[in-house]
Write a protein that binds this ligand. Structure first.
Ligand code: FMN
Length: 226
């Protein structure tokens, strides 16, 4: 039996391997994920809208990380319907207009500096609500992808600072401009998420290649990625 490899590489060994990485202690680890606009229902039936970047899909479930003192977390703990709206890169100014706003009143102490209460986030952002088919919160018309969902599990994270939401997607609405015509496939060459990387906004660069698991038909006339 051979000895198990060490889990971490000591500095001397790192130098031997030729890496010039430096050890850093970043205050945030937001390494680049898509922005979603979560629309949820307030206690009075009005809509709240919040930009969130801690969201990822597992099959038909979307897992979302939320600050526990925000209005979105409060809403989802009580009213499970939500819409996960995906903006394209051009919507970053609207996302940034939402950034200093909270639907929470009064503004919680930890948000006192830098945030203000805003009951009408759609108007504040210059975005348009359109009715959903299966849930009460509206969709954001300007977002090319809109996922209607229900929060099936809302639980505290290990730090106690956040809540983790597991949302089951019930219906997907897509702008026809990003769909391979006549199919259920989003065309990755025409869809581009808005990426939030270390608190800066980016779009995607050109396609690098295809996964061996892709089922998206190639659009006629498009260059083949190798
Ligand atoms: C691009 C972007 C990404 C964000 N990502 C998250 C996130 O993943 N989770 C979170 O709780 N807050 C996130 N925030 C902060 C919330 O949007 C902010 O706390 C907002 O006030 C929440 O609104 P609410 O209190 O009405 O729910 C993000 C903000 C921006 C601008």
């Amino acid at each position: 039996m051979t000895a198990a490899a060490p889990l971490s590489t000591p500095p001397a060994a790192a130098a031997e391997h030729g890496t010039d990485h430096v050890e850093i202690a970043p205050s945030i680890l937001y390494f680049g994920t898509p922005v979603v606009l979560l629309c949820t229902e307030n206690a009075d039936g009005s809509a709240n809208l919040a930009p969130i970047s801690s969201a990822w899909a597992l099959g038909q479930t979307v897992v979302i990380g939320l600050g526990r003192d925000g209005q979105t977390a409060e809403n989802l703990a009580r009213r499970p319907g939500l819409v996960i709206n995906l903006p394209g890169p051009g919507l970053w100014p609207a996302v940034e207009r939402l950034a200093p706003l909270t639907g929470r009143f009064p503004v919680p102490p930890r948000k006192a500096a830098g945030w203000r209460h805003e009951p009408d986030k759609f108007a504040a952002a210059g975005l348009t609500p359109v009715p959903s088919a299966t849930v009460r919160p509206p969709r954001v018309a300007e977002c090319p992808l809109q996922l209607e969902a229900t929060a099936e599990r809302v639980q505290p994270d290990v730090s106690g600072e956040f809540v983790i939401v597991e949302a089951a997607v019930r219906r997907v609405h897509a702008d026809p401009g990003i769909v391979v015509a006549g199919t259920d496939h989003v065309d990755p060459a025409r869809w581009s998420p808005l990426i939030y990387s270390f608190r800066h906004y980016f779009g995607l660069g050109p396609e690098l290649g295809r996964s061996h698991r892709t089922q998206t038909p190639r659009a006629a006339g498009r260059a083949v990625a190798r």
